[in-house]
Each structure stands twice: as structure tokens, then as C-alpha cells.
Design a binder for this molecule. Structure first.
Ligand code: FAD
Length: 622
């Protein structure tokens, strides 16, 4: 017998990386929100890498921040090390990566969530949804509490019928021996959702005292650390290094000899693993000509001796893991504190979702995070904030928010999921974004802050700082467009210092900055007096001027893409009525039910010829 436990606008099931963003965004938009999660001590727990960011993912963290999310703020307060990656390459691929203090990250996140107005936090296991006439009306917990709601967001990660695998050891469990969620998964199947089975793995953690760091290479943080969040003004300078070592032929021998004992290689049919986060067994088999693989030793926090052995993700038996770890230089005497393992879990086939992350089958029900077939904290956070925004928008009578592929990596991620689906845990990569020159680390605020502000997720104070920055950038570009640099001796000295050919004639400072060898800093040294501008402004001016031609071209491509996005497909379209479209395309179109011709064109199996026919059909007013 259930009891009435209360009514909310939005209920979020799960307090992982997707759940916290969803709950926080919904509450800040003014929706009365409840977050139900299995263990309140494990809010935003990181079951794998103690790190946030990296290529593409780091840019997503900035995007979540530009929309008013949490991840960037929390990592900026709790990192033990911060590095900007790819500094030698162009701005489109530069990204921040931080090592997190895992326990502190949880503490900080929990604190922010607990103190958020409109957001109630409760420990509990949701077993069922309340669904009436195809509309989600709430949830029921294992303690028979019935919470009613206008919208519900499921963010249950890898807990869905989770099974831990290590050698021949196999048991039902969530990550890190947390409780598993079985009934909710079964219930989703009963409701008619198509589920798939994926897996992922984690490496052993070793005791820092037992590592011989003298045999490894130090990997320090940046001298001048930067923050992920546009709100961060103070940076942690007391950083802790990571260390680099390698596998070797002995390690590979141990793995090869024991491959048949690995849960993933024992011949049993298993869920599909992440191609871009492979286990060490995978790496040895797939790249058997490589004599060694990198192993990063990453501290899990300031107040713990546990060290994460990045690169040794495995589901080999514990006994073999000892042998494998100790074959690595610097780890000869290493003591494993926690063994590595793989986890297998249910995910929802994401083509069952609208681009708002609402399910097509049940109105008012949203899903976000690893349950949608992705892998990674950042991917989860990105979906979490969008699901939170859309679930709250629905309740508050506001328009849904869908980011397009030129606006944000978040748009790329969600569009890929709901349009193409995924056969393996989906990870964001820069190569997935066709407009990556526009989706940079440095301009996430310019792309999304206005939207975040409009939604009520960005404070007035932050927004006024943002508009001031934008104005300063425009003024400085204008100023540089008016200044003429003459080929004086001082100017030629700077040209020589930059390794460029001497200036032949007078030229606008703006145009001079486009030369590859010249930076904003060098060009402004050629000018007698310059305004004092914050680094973020000069960086933006430099990038916008230097890459102006490429950026313009990308915008032209985007305009063409958006034209196709604007061609909306009527909700009641009857694909069987369209003559000439291939049978496969009709099947896919019926399954995905794209909202626009642009989205239809990205469905695999829908060819350009099918798109042309579809376009004509719609334009004829059918
Ligand atoms: P989670 O962080 O898993 O959070 C799920 C939340 O839902 C939890 O708070 C849980 O308490 C709650 N919950 C679950 N069921 C219920 C229920 N029925 N009722 C109420 N609450 C519920 N990612 C990578 O990018 N690279 C890796 O190498 C990698 N390795 C991994 C290895 C392992 C062993 C695991 C477990 C995960 C790994 N991941 C990896 C994935 C990463 O942990 C997830 O992508 C990320 O945590 C997903 O966030 P989420 O919010 O979707 O789910």
C-alpha cells in the first residue's frame, strides 16, 4: 500500500552527474523539485577517473557553466591539478583537464545542492513510475512512498540492473558496491521501452606509499592554472602532480596469458564496451604491435593515499591484477587497495527520445546521462542540465530548449543520440562536431550565457560582467581596425623577434594580427598606447581576428544547415504516403520521427535522394 509523500513540479531520480545538474537547473528556474537518490553520501560520485574535462569534454564543462550549471564551479573549488591541453595547437582543440579531489568534489556538490532553494533532497530507491494515459505523473519508492509530479527525469547511470564482473566473479551491484537498481529497469521494459546492455570498466587503485615515484615521470599542473567556470576568480595554486609510467613486455605477457580469465574475454556474451575508453585487455589485443602503453598515476584526493592507475582498466581476476600492476616500472611493490572491475548495465535506446530528452512514449518523462547510452561525467552533466531545463520549462509553460549542432557540443551530443542512436557507450570527441571551430573552449560564454540568463540560470551580476566583456571585445576590435602600423625600426624588430618577414608597407593592426607568426600581444607592442584589458578580452580579440576567415566560412555552412533545420516536419506526417522514398528510410524515419528535414538528413539509412523527396513532399504542403 503506497502513501502520499508529496507533490512536486519536477522529480529527478538519481544524484549523479546528470541528476545534480537536472535538479539544480529545474529548481533555479523556479520549479519545485525533488531529487531522490540511493545514497546521499555519494552525490556526484566519480566511480572511475578522478578527473573532469579533456578534449571536447572540457568544452562541454564550460558550456554547462555558461548555462548556469554546477560542474565547472565545483571542480574549480576542488581540483588538485589543472592543465590546459593542446596549447601548441589551434584554439578549436584546446581544452582544460582537472584532477579532482574525489571526496571533496562530493562534499562541495552536496553542499550546493542542499542549499538550493526549491530543491528537496531525499534518499530513496525508486522502483516504479506512476503513468496514466501515457503521461508520467510521479514515482513510487521501495518504501511505498508515492511522490506525484508534473514531470520526472530518470538519471540512474550504470545502476540499472548493474552487474560487477571481475574474472569469474559476478554479482549484482551498482558502481563501487552500491545498491543495484533492478525494479526500475524491469518497469521500463514493462512500459515498452527498448533497453540495451552496455559495459564499462575501471582500473585498480594502489597505495601511494607503495609506489616508487623515482622510476616515473612527473606530470605537474600548469604554472598559472585557469578555471572552468566563468565565475571563478581565485585559483588553487597548491597543486599535486600526477606521474607517468608505462606497461612493458612483461605486463603484456601477464595479460595475454590470462586473457581467457578476463570477464570481457572469457567468451561469454557481454554488453558492449566503450571503444574510446578501452580496457587494458582490449588495448593489448587490438594494438598488439605496440610495445608499451602509457599509465598515469593520479591521486584520488589530498587526504587519501589511493592512487588511480589510469590506463589499466580491467576485468581480470584480482590475483592477475596484482601480477599485472607489479610488472609496471615504479609499481613493483605496489599494494592494490581496490581491484579494478567491469560493470554491465541497462541503457535506454536513445532514439526513443525527443531532442528535449523527453521520451516519445511517455509524456512528461525525461531521461539523461549514462542511462541514455553515453559514457562520462561531462556527457552526463550536459544532458542533465538540458533535461532539467526542459522538464521545468514544460511545467512552467515555457518553450522547450534544443541546442543545435553549431551552438554547442551539448547540441552535437544530444542530436547524435536521438537521431543516430549508439551501439556502444557514446563519448564526445572533437571529431563528432562539424563546426568545431565555432565550438571552442574560449567562447562557450559568448555562445550560451544569454540563453542561460533568459532561463533564469545566470545571475544579473554575472550577466552584466558578460555584457561588459562582449562590449570590450568589440571596442578593441574596432580600435585595432583603425590603427595603422608603419614599418618603423621598432616594428621591424618585433617582426624579426616573431620570426616573420619585414613589413613592406603600412598596414592596419587588425590585418597584421592575422599573420600566423603574430599574436595580440606582439601587435599591440607595436602600438604606442593600449587600453588595460583583462586576459579573457585580449584572448578573444586575438582569436576572433586571427581566425576571422575560417569562422566566417563556418558561419556560412551553419546558415545552410539551419535552413534545413527550419524546414519542420509536420507531427502527423504519414511516411507511407510519400512515393519514392526507400523502404529503409521510411522505417528509420518512422522510428526516429525527426522534427526537421535537417535532422532527417542525419539519420543513417536516410540518403540525400530520400531527403529531396521528403523536402518536396513537405513543400507541397502535405
Ligand atoms: P551516475 O553517476 O551513475 O549516477 C546515478 C545516480 O542514480 C546515483 O546517484 C544513484 O544513487 C542513483 N540511482 C540509481 N538508481 C536509482 C533508483 N532506482 N532510485 C533512486 N536513485 C537511483 N566514464 C568515462 O568517461 N570513462 C570511464 O573510463 C568510465 N569508467 C567507468 C567505470 C565504472 C566501473 C563505472 C561505474 C562508470 C564508469 N564511467 C566512465 C562512467 C561514469 O561514471 C558515468 O558516465 C557517470 O557517472 C554517469 O553519470 P550519471 O549521472 O548518468 O550516473
Amino acid at each position: 500500500m503506497t502513501y502520499n509523500a508529496g507533490h512536486y513540479d519536477v522529480i529527478v531520480i538519481g544524484g549523479g552527474h546528470a541528476g545534480v545538474e537536472a535538479g539544480y537547473a529545474a529548481a533555479r528556474m523556479g520549479a519545485k523539485t525533488l531529487m531522490l537518490t540511493l545514497n546521499l553520501d555519494m552525490i556526484a560520485f566519480m566511480p572511475c577517473n578522478p578527473s573532469v574535462g579533456g578534449p571536447a569534454k572540457g568544452i562541454v564543462v564550460r558550456e554547462v557553466d555558461a548555462l548556469g550549471g554546477l560542474m565547472a564551479k565545483v571542480i574549480d573549488k576542488t581540483y588538485i591539478q589543472m592543465r590546459m591541453l593542446n596549447t601548441g595547437k589551434g584554439p578549436a582543440v584546446q581544452a582544460l583537464r582537472a584532477q579532482a579531489d574525489k571526496p571533496e568534489y562530493i562534499k562541495e556538490m552536496k553542499n550546493l545542492i542542499e542549499n538550493q532553494e526549491n530543491l528537496t533532497l531525499r534518499q530513496g530507491m525508486v522502483n516504479k513510475l506512476i503513468v496514466e494515459d501515457g503521461v508520467c505523473k510521479g514515482v513510487i519508492t521501495e518504501t511505498n512512498a508515492a511522490y506525484t509530479a508534473e514531470t520526472v527525469i530518470i538519471t540512474t547511470g550504470t545502476f540499472n540492473r548493474g552487474k560487477v564482473l571481475m574474472g569469474d566473479l559476478e554479482y549484482e551491484s551498482g558502481p563501487n558496491n552500491q545498491r543495484v537498481s533492478v525494479k526500475l529497469s524491469e518497469h521500463l521494459e514493462e512500459l515498452g521501452f527498448e533497453l540495451t546492455r552496455f559495459k564499462t570498466g575501471t582500473p585498480p587503485r594502489v597505495n601511494s606509499h607503495t609506489i616508487d615515484y623515482s622510476k616515473t615521470e612527473i606530470q605537474p599542473g600548469d604554472d598559472k592554472p585557469q578555471g572552468f567556470s566563468y565565475e571563478t576568480t581565485e585559483f588553487i595554486t597548491d597543486q599535486i602532480p600526477c606521474w607517468l609510467t608505462y606497461t612493458n613486455e612483461f605486463t603484456h605477457e601477464v595479460i595475454n596469458e590470462n586473457l581467457s580469465l578476463s570477464a570481457m574475454y572469457s567468451g561469454m556474451k557481454r554488453g558492449t564496451g566503450p571503444r574510446y575508453c578501452p580496457s587494458i585487455e582490449d588495448k593489448i589485443v587490438r594494438f598488439n604491435d605496440k610495445p608499451r602503453h602509457q599509465i598515469f598515476l593520479e591521486p584520488e584526493g589530498r587526504d587519501t593515499e589511493e592512487v588511480y592507475v589510469q590506463g589499466l582498466s580491467t576485468s581480470l581476476p584480482e590475483s592477475v591484477q596484482h601480477e599485472m600492476v607489479r610488472s609496471v616500472e615504479g609499481l613493483e611493490n605496489a599494494e592494490i587497495m581496490r581491484a579494478g572491475y567491469a560493470i554491465e548495465y541497462d541503457a535506454i535506446v536513445p532514439t526513443q527520445l525527443w531532442p528535449t530528452l523527453e521520451t516519445k512514449k511517455i509524456s512528461g518523462l525525461y531521461t539523461a546521462g549514462q542511462i541514455n547510452g553515453t559514457s562520462g561525467y561531462e556527457e552526463a552533466a550536459a544532458q542533465g542540465i538540458m533535461a532539467g531545463i526542459n522538464a521545468a520549462a514544460k511545467v512552467l509553460g515555457k518553450d522547450p530548449v534544443i541546442l543545435d549542432r553549431s551552438q554547442a557540443y551539448i547540441g552535437v551530443l544530444i542530436d547524435d543520440l536521438v537521431t543516430k542512436g549508439t551501439n556502444e557507450p557514446y563519448r564526445l570527441l572533437t571529431s563528432r562536431a562539424e563546426y568545431r571551430l565555432l565550438l571552442r573552449h574560449d567562447n562557450a560564454d559568448l555562445r550560451l550565457t544569454e540563453l542561460g540568463y533568459k532561463l533564469g540560470l545566470i545571475s544579473d551580476d554575472r550577466f552584466s560582467r558578460f555584457t561588459e566583456k562582449k562590449q570590450l571585445v568589440e571596442e578593441e576590435k574596432k580600435r585595432l581596425g583603425k590603427i595603422i602600423i608603419k614599418p618603423t625600426a621598432a616594428v621591424q624588430a618585433i617582426m624579426e623577434e616573431a620570426g616573420g618577414s619585414p613589413l613592406k608597407e603600412a598596414v592596419r593592426a587588425y590585418d597584421l594580427m592575422k599573420r600566423p607568426e603574430l599574436s595580440y600581444e606582439l601587435v599591440t607592442r607595436m602600438i604606442d598606447s593600449n587600453p588595460e584589458l583583462p586576459d579573457e578580452v585580449t584572448e578573444q580579440v586575438g582569436i576572433q581576428i586571427k581566425y576571422e576567415g575560417y569562422i566566417k566560412k563556418a558561419h556560412e555552412q551553419v546558415a545552410r544547415m539551419l535552413k534545413m533545420e527550419d524546414k519542420k516536419i509536420p507531427e502527423d506526417i504519414d511516411y507511407d504516403d510519400i512515393n519514392g522514398i526507400a523502404t529503409e528510410a521510411i522505417e528509420k524515419l518512422k522510428k526516429v520521427r525527426p522534427l526537421s528535414v535537417g535532422q532527417a538528413s542525419r539519420i543513417s539509412g536516410v540518403n540525400p535522394a530520400d531527403v529531396s523527396i521528403l523536402l518536396v513532399y513537405i513543400e507541397q504542403g502535405n
